[in-house]
Design a binder for this molecule. Structure first.
Ligand code: NDP
Length: 397
């Protein structure tokens, strides 16, 4: 049905390329472009069959992006490089009149603050150009927002409390590693916590609030309240929510390493002088940490991510839990990457499918919960991320 240009050849880009290649009826032609072309070539070779074209592109550079888009003429640009490139790629899409999607919202490189405001500001320009931008279509954000929309559509008259629960019950055998880009991951988890309560945001110290939560197939795990980007769009799009929170599991070992990294200044994002050169400590740390894309080989265990929701149906209070579990070993066997890249890349491919097949269409900038969740939920079952649901249970929250 068309052509897709994937930008970013990291762990997520690899999964997206593998999954798009499985569906030639939708993705007739696929190009994978990234800063380092050899990484694209490795992925293309692993997929085989000349399915993937490759190119080099610096996604911080709008003219370079425009030239590539004009040359390949895709129907959609699927951005899975880093959040710093969201706006340059959106600019290039506007200039060329091509649809856009991503999995993480924009944050400026010199301020660790991710917000939708920069990308929502493109709405009128995308609308005038007659194209769409789909924001945050990974797992979280992405599937978690689609799960919430599914609950609103099929299980509740009104939702009041939302708790997104994200557990990685896996073991990669390393003393310390992050499951996706270390720079983005450490910026995210070291910032203050924040949740929505009665019409306003409540801020907490990092990891101040923790609780044991039980995850299906995994068991009890200490989970910490952190801020996560989908909360911003969910409270806007579901105004009946009185409370919305996000919980993520962290092991003691991980938190100890994180504390040390912060205490010795290695999480800093301002440049420091070293032997006459400007070095950003967190960027240097990324260079010495394991590459998340290489964690897959000995990764055991599984992830479990879902939404626990409380609301009313037919005048009665109701509880509801919808979740997916993904085994790192299965993800690795299929795509050569671990479960966190897999759970991000599969929904990105499905989101692209929704746009390419016209099942989701619009003009402007959208979050995933603004569309019909049904065809997406159906594809999750078919494309490797089956979900389960339960009603009338103890949510522990
Ligand atoms: P990686 O660091 O593994 O990969 C990023 C890729 O982008 C690398 O190949 C890198 O190139 C490339 N890249 C970086 N800068 C540029 C640039 N200026 N121009 C072109 N290419 C560039 O990250 P992940 O694959 O783990 O994550 C990808 C994205 O997915 C991130 O935005 C992350 O936040 C998001 N994500 C979303 C999740 C969700 O559930 N919604 C969960 C996990 C991740 P090079 O190899 O040369 O460095």
């Amino acid at each position: 049905m068309g052509k897709v240009l994937i930008i970013g050849a990291g762990g997520v880009g690899r999964v997206v390329a593998f999954k798009c290649a499985q569906h030639p009826e939708v993705f007739e032609e696929i190009m994978l472009a990234s800063r380092t072309k050899s990484k694209c070539d490795q992925i293309a070779e692993a997929i085989g069959g000349n399915r993937i074209k490759t190119a080099r592109v610096d996604a911080d550079n709008v003219p370079e992006l425009v030239a590539l888009i004009k040359d390949f003429q895709p129907d959609l640009v699927l951005h899975v490089a880093l959040p710093y490139q969201d706006l340059t790629i959106m600019d290039a899409c506007l200039e060329t009149g091509v649809n856009y999607m991503d999995t993480a919202n924009y944050e400026p490189k010199d301020v660790a603050k991710f917000e939708y405001k920069w990308q929502w500001a493109y709405h009128d320009r995308f609308k005038e150009a007659g194209i769409m931008a789909l924001l945050g279509c990974g797992f979280d954000p992405g599937v978690t927002s689609i799960f919430t929309k599914h609950a609103v559509k099929h299980h509740f008259d009104e939702i009041h409390m939302l708790d997104i629960v994200d557990c990685n019950g896996g073991d990669h055998g390393k003393a310390f590693a992050t499951n996706f880009n270390p720079e983005i991951n450490i910026r995210e988890v070291t910032q203050k916590g924040k949740y929505w309560k009665d019409g306003q945001w409540v801020e907490t110290e990092p990891h101040e609030i923790g609780k044991m939560l039980t995850y299906p197939g995994i068991g009890p795990k200490k989970s910490y309240l952190i801020y996560h980007e989908e909360l911003e769009s969910l409270v806007k799009n579901f105004p009946s929510l009185k409370q919305a929170r996000f919980w993520m599991t962290f092991g003691d070992e991980y938190l100890t390493h994180l504390r040390v990294i912060q205490n010795i200044g290695m999480a800093g994002i301002q440049p420091v002088k070293f032997k006459g050169m400007d070095i950003v400590p967190l960027e240097f740390l990324k260079a010495v940490l394991p590459d998340p894309g290489d964690l897959g080989e000995n990764y055991t265990g599984e992830t479990s991510i879902g939404c626990r929701i409380r609301g009313v149906k037919g005048g009665q209070e109701k509880t509801y839990y919808v979740w997916n579990n993904c085994k790192h070993e299965d993800a690795y066997a299929e795509t050569g990457t671990q479960g966190v890249s897999y759970t991000t890349g599969v929904p990105a491919m499905i989101g692209a499918r929704m746009i390419m097949t016209g099942q989701w269409k619009g003009q402007g900038v959208f979050n995933v919960e603004e569309f019909n969740p049904d065809p997406f939920m159906e594809r999750l079952q078919l494309d490797g991320l089956p979900w389960h649901e339960k009603t009338g249970i103890d949510l522990e929250l």
